[in-house]
Structures are given as C-alpha cells and as structure tokens.
Design a protein. Structure first.
Length: 237
C-alpha cells in the first residue's frame, strides 16, 4: 500500500503522525512525505535570518528524523514559500486572496499528477494559512483521492474536544460525507515520540513538545479522521 503524508511544513508530519508512520513502517508500506512550504526563515531560536540557511537546516533535521525509522521513506520537498515570506502573516482571518488560491492550484496540480494510494491531509485546526491551503487543495480533489485527515499539532491541544468535533463536523458538511475517527496507539511499538520530535531543534521548544505529548496522552495515541471504507483499507495491511 502507498501512503502519502501532506505535511504543510517540514515538521508537521512528525509532530502529528510519528506513531502512525512507525506503524506503516512495521507493515512495510510505501511511504512518501510531501513537504509543501519548505522555503522559510523561521526558527524558534535564533540561528540565522537567511532563508536558504534555515531551509537547509530544517531539511537536514527532517532527513535525520526519517532515518531513525531505519526504513526507506521518500521525502519530497515542494519548495514553496511559507506564509511569513509569502504574505507576511500566518493565521487565516479572512477568505483566501489570490496568492493563496495560486498555492491551492499549484498543490492541487501536484497531487493530481503524482499521488497514488492513501493521502493523509491536515484538518487545518488552528487556522494556519499554510495548513488551510493544503486542506483546500485536497478538498477540491476529494473523491478522486482516498483521504484521511489528521489533527494538527500543537494546535489541536489548544482547543477543546468539542471544538475539534465542530471542526470535523464542518468538514463533513462541506464534503457531504461521514467521517469517523481512528487512534493509533503506542502499544506494541518500541517508540519514543518525544525523543524523536526533539530532532527538530530549530522548531521545537519545551512548551510545544509538552503540548504535543500531552495531546498524545489525552487521546491515547494519534487521532485521525476518514470515511469508514478508507480506514478499513488502511487497516487491511
């Protein structure tokens, strides 16, 4: 089975789906990580303000993270400009402007031409504009691609369960489908998620790390949402 993970930024797939990736590795699935907005000058601690240097550092962290699985995982970097460099803001407050729709079209074209199998996509909890762009591109292809939506971290930790459910319900209405959840747990996996996500040294601090692990503990793993038939196909391997 082919598994594709649409990661808005280089660390998102790791924060949200590290356990799930481990389970896919255990089942010997073909895994591709699609990192979208990888040209950036953002670092949580000062390293440099040069976007080329920061972007390269983040890619090296990403390579180190996936090497820890000791299993071939394909990483695709689309090298799109991230929100602060592109638009000067991070969180979506209004409808998309032309720059955002341009990104949606570019992502949609890539996914349409290159993605086969199941695609994990962010729910866009937290309204980060780059996450919302990823979700919109996937929504426009929904029905052509088998999709599972994952909870964005650390943002999902910062809202209530009812708010998460309202977010999912709104997505269900927009897609006219019924989404059910699944939780991948740590059971039978010799896996230390906290240790591994700390590889992203330019991006993570104690607070963010604690939020990610607290959400994992609260839901007893990693929770994602999809149509029953898609989850059944995922679990058939």
């Amino acid at each position: 089975m082919k598994i594709n993970i649409l990661s808005p930024h280089i660390d998102d797939a790791a924060y949200c789906l590290a356990l799930t990736i481990s389970k896919c590795v255990k089942c010997k699935m073909e895994i591709t990580i699609i990192n979208c907005f990888t040209v950036t000058d953002w670092a949580i601690r000062f390293v440099s303000k040069d976007k080329n240097e920061i972007s390269l550092l983040r890619k090296k962290e990403d390579e180190q993270f996936y090497k820890s699985y000791d299993f071939p995982i394909t990483i695709v970097n689309l090298d799109l400009l991230d929100a602060p460099l592109r638009s000067g803001f991070i969180f979506q407050k209004n409808v998309f402007g032309e720059k955002e729709w341009e990104m949606v079209r570019e992502l949609k074209s890539y996914l349409e031409n290159y993605v086969d199998g199941i695609l994990f996509c962010p729910l866009a909890i937290g309204n980060h504009i780059d996450h919302a762009i990823c979700r919109e591109a996937v929504m426009q292809l929904y029905g052509k691609i088998k999709v599972i939506f994952f909870e964005d971290l650390p943002y999902a930790f910062r809202i209530t369960k009812d708010e998460i459910l309202a977010h999912v319900n709104n997505l269900q209405k927009n897609l006219n489908v019924k989404l059910v959840h699944q939780i991948n747990t740590c059971e039978q996996l010799n896996f230390d998620k906290e240790h591994l996500i700390r590889i992203y040294d330019t991006q993570i601090n104690e607070e963010i790390c604690a939020e990610i692990i607290a959400h994992m503990n609260a839901v007893c793993g990693e929770r994602f949402w999809g149509e029953a038939k898609v989850l059944q196909e995922l679990n058939s391997f």
